[in-house]
Design a protein around this ligand. Structure first.
Ligand code: HEM
Length: 353
């Protein structure tokens, strides 16, 4: 009897230890700020920066919460291509089409670019030309998460804006397609220093927003992807009747406009929209991480925050690198008559000439 009891308690202990190890592995450390970035970067030069951005976005989202998803995705597309340097915001020029013209960026919301430029104008009116478009984009993504019901967190600031954009081919090579399986995504993101836990955490961004039929038609035409729930499939076929439909549907059917951990619950129910989502639950390397996040929202948030801070520091320009753009869609040197020392309120001055 005593023997049986101690064997059972031993088994319970081993189970508890395994569970603890499992969770420990998911206990991510907040990444240290990259050299040149800091949590207090604008303390003296633009002390009201974060208040200005948050209040403005509160107003924007009050009339259309969908814009939060557009801003979160914009930051991701900025950081993955050439680093978080606001290169995704640049218009094309005589030198060629810009990142904006590359296929993955054609579904970025046009309004997201307008919101960023409006934020820039407000911020520069208050603080002159001290804050980069890259930092404004990073702050907008951070606030998109919080104002949609997600966690509140601080991010390191001090990014500078890039002078060039990537080619269409480089853009394509750095943004994995939604048809990719977990192996492809894990391999592709590991080249940027992301662990499998980071990959699952970042994919949690799909808890808000929408996707076009073309992004998941591979899973519903000519027939149902076997890893997709039958009722979910039936409904998607109503939204996308043919394989050329251009309608949209939500990424997270349980709470499409709320930043929460329901995306992971969707995956466990085979209701992930893209191959790149659902395969995180099929693949044995990421399945347990998905399950842990589905049952523990706090854990999913901690890991999301850390992965976002890591993503937000990819190849940043700092110090005297790059510039602080006076208009987020153009590099300053396009304005040939602006001298380098005219950093104050440049666009307003130009307008009054
Ligand atoms: C891991 C690889 C990823 C792939 C393959 C991917 C792919 C996609 C695709 C195809 C769409 C929909 C485009 C459309 O059809 O309109 C989308 C939307 C979205 N993605 Fe991702 N994504 C990835 C990672 C991320 C990350 C890291 C974030 C942010 C942390 C993110 C945030 C979003 C959001 C918020 C939307 C909705 C945008 C809107 O409603 O305008 N994605 N993603």
């Amino acid at each position: 009897m005593t023997m049986a009891f101690s064997k059972a308690s031993c088994q319970t202990l081993i189970f508890a230890l395994l569970l603890l190890c499992n969770l420990r592995a998911l206990e991510a450390q907040t990444p240290a700020p990259a050299p040149g970035l800091s949590y207090t970067f604008y303390r003296t030069t633009c002390p009201n920066l974060e208040t200005i951005v948050r209040q403005q976005l509160q107003t924007v989202f009050a009339s259309d919460i969908g814009q939060a998803a557009g801003l979160l995705r914009l930051h991701f597309h900025d950081c993955f291509v050439q680093g978080c340097d606001a290169s995704v915001l640049l218009d094309g020029s005589a030198s060629g089409p810009s990142e904006k013209d590359a296929p993955p960026n054609l579904t970025l919301r046009a309004q997201a670019f307008v919101i960023i430029e409006n934020l820039r104008r407000l911020v520069h009116n208050a603080c002159n030309r001290t804050v980069s478009c890259a930092d404004i984009t990073a702050l907008a993504a951070r606030d998109a998460v919080f104002l949609s019901g997600g966690p509140n967190y601080s991010i390191p600031l001090g990014r500078r804006d890039g002078l060039t954009f990537a080619t269409v081919n480089v853009t394509l090579a750095n943004l994995p397609p939604p048809t990719a399986n977990a192996s492809f995504i894990l391999e592709s993101l590991s080249t940027k220093g992301f662990t499998p836990t980071d990959v699952v955490s970042l994919s949690g961004g799909h808890t808000i927003g929408i996707g076009h039929c073309g992004s998941f038609s591979n899973r519903i035409f000519p027939s149902r992807d076997p890893s997709m729930d039958q009722t979910f499939f039936n409904n998607l076929r109503l939204t996308c009747p043919t394989n050329t439909s251009n309608n949209t549907t939500v990424l997270d059917i349980r709470s499409p406009n709320v930043f929460d951990n329901k995306y992971y619950v969707d995956l466990m129910n085979r209701q992930g929209l893209f191959t790149s989502d659902q395969d995180l639950y099929t693949d044995s390397r990421t399945r347990t991480i998905v399950t842990n996040f589905a049952v523990n929202q706090t854990l999913s948030y901690q890991n999301f925050i850390n992965a976002m801070i890591k993503m937000g520091q990819l190849n940043v320009l700092t110090g005297t690198q790059g510039e602080i753009r006076a208009n987020c869609s153009r590099r300053n040197s396009n304005d040939l008559f602006i001298l380098p020392n005219m950093e104050r309120d440049q666009d307003e001055k130009v307008a009054s000439y």
